[in-house]
Ligand binder design. Structure first.
Ligand SMILES: C[S@@+](CC[C@H](N)C(=O)[O-])C[C@H]1O[C@@H](n2cnc3c(N)ncnc32)[C@H](O)[C@@H]1O
Length: 263
């Protein structure tokens, strides 16, 4: 049976707290997205998997209209509750079947979403359809550069490959699949680094609570074994597990032109 896309209903209460940019960074992120996509005051933009508006809210005031689709109604209701006059228009829908006419948008935005959608090729087909001929797809993701990588590897070492597999694009292929699918890079990757801090104990607690979608597919037994493996390593690596560790993240974005032929 083909797996379904991963809806974020369960994450709505903690998404902003655990995925939000540090205060002030949203504006830098918005500037990066605008620059990468060449967005102007007349741009009409579509975000697939708009979520609670982490990207949409800071970008929308700088363009004409920001449309968003998401399969999660709770995530969109959360975004709606935060709107304060921004030109954001949201629709519950699946990115594999976009409810928009052909040649509608100057740009599309996709951030942390292709690994959640088994039918990601249908999404690309739909984006190709709804983007104007010279429209661009702005693809962005965050790379975490932290020594918690080691803790994460301890978790992964005891979790089955099926539970670790992303249902859509595998995370490690997240920067190459568009080119492999015929989308043409338009400019280089642009990066923006920011730092946050978290204690090792809280990091592990977040895995235990399945805060990250990468923990959602593990069985209870796998999850518990994974957490135990992390805690064992934590005792060796972090004698003071309650001391915050700086967590460097790099938000990176690149624009792509659509393939010239319909696929
Ligand atoms: C990790 S969140 C990212 C949200 C936002 N782009 C951001 O960067 O904060 C992924 C979002 O994509 C949504 N999603 C997953 N599969 C989808 C699909 N097939 N169509 C539309 N939205 C989808 C989820 O419900 C979730 O809100």
């Amino acid at each position: 049976m083909t797996p379904e896309s991963v809806a974020f209903d369960r994450a709505v209460e903690y998404y902003d707290e655990t995925r939000g940019f540090p205060p002030g960074e949203e504006q830098r992120v918005a500037a990066l997205i605008q620059q990468v996509g060449g967005l102007t005051a007349t741009s009409r933009v579509l975000e697939i998997g708009i979520g609670t508006g982490r990207i949409a809210l800071p970008v929308a005031p700088h363009i004409q209209a920001y449309f968003g689709v998401d399969i999660s109604r709770p995530m969109m209701l959360k975004l709606q509750s935060k709107l304060n006059g921004e030109p954001i228009y949201i629709t519950q829908g699946d990115a594999t079947r976009l409810p928009f006419p052909d040649d509608t948008f100057d740009a599309a935005v996709a951030v942390h979403v292709f690994h959640l959608i088994p039918g990601w090729q249908d999404v690309l087909r739909e984006l190709q359809r709804v983007l104007k001929p010279d429209g661009v797809l702005i693809h962005a993701l965050t790379r975490a550069e932290t020594d918690f990588q080691e803790l994460w590897q301890a978790w992964e070492s005891v979790v089955s490959s099926e539970s670790k597999r992303d249902v859509g694009i595998q995370w490690r292929n997240g920067t190459t699949f568009l080119e492999d699918s015929g989308w043409m890079p338009h400019g280089e990757w642009q990066e923006l680094a920011y730092s946050q801090s978290i204690t090792p104990r809280l990091y592990i607690e977040r895995v235990r609570q399945r805060i990250w979608s990468r923990c959602w597919r593990a069985t209870d037994t796998e999850l518990e074994a994974g957490v135990q493996a992390m805690e064992k390593l934590m005792q060796v690596r972090y004698p003071n597990a309650d001391a915050p560790i700086a967590w460097q993240s790099v938000f990176t974005a690149r624009a792509y032109r659509k393939p010239s032929k319909r696929v």
